[in-house]
Design a protein around this ligand. Structure first.
Ligand code: ZN
Length: 137
């Protein structure tokens, strides 16, 4: 496996799909559908190539643990649009603002799904519910 693949989120096939599917007047529902598709692609690519996430030191588990599998969030898509030159930087900024507003107004999680995790935050153990996803920090 190539260096850097362990924590890689954007593979060339995915960037191509994003480039083909993105349009300037895209609706949020279409963005979410595209996100689902890219997320499935990422899973498929990583699974078929046997790519495992890197390990990290977890202060809660007090041991080296494997990081969570990377996923494609709506924000990651917006950043990728800028990073791969699909939309100009000013448009990326505006998208970022619109997404933050839309997400808040509709109580959506980072993937555009209805956020139901709000009530599940506290557990009696005080652990077990923490994430090993470095992108959530
Ligand atoms: Zn942990």
């Amino acid at each position: 496996m190539a260096a850097g693949d362990a924590s890689r989120t954007w593979f060339s096939e995915m960037v191509e799909t994003l480039r083909q599917e993105w349009k300037s007047a895209i609706l949020w529902d279409e963005v979410f559908t595209l996100r689902d598709r890219l997320d499935a692609m990422l899973y498929e690519i990583r699974f078929s190539r046997g790519i495992r996430p890197p390990t990290m030191w977890c202060p809660v588990c007090k041991q080296r643990t494997q990081q969570a599998e990377p996923t494609v969030s709506v924000r990651a898509i917006i950043f990728a649009l800028g990073r791969f030159g699909i939309v100009p930087p000013a448009e990326v900024k505006s998208l970022e603002k619109r997404w933050a507003k839309h997400r808040k107004e509709n109580n959506l999680d980072r993937n555009g799904k209805l956020d139901e995790a709000v009530t599940a935050v506290s557990d009696s153990q005080g652990r077990g519910n923490h994430s090993h996803d470095p992108t959530l920090r």
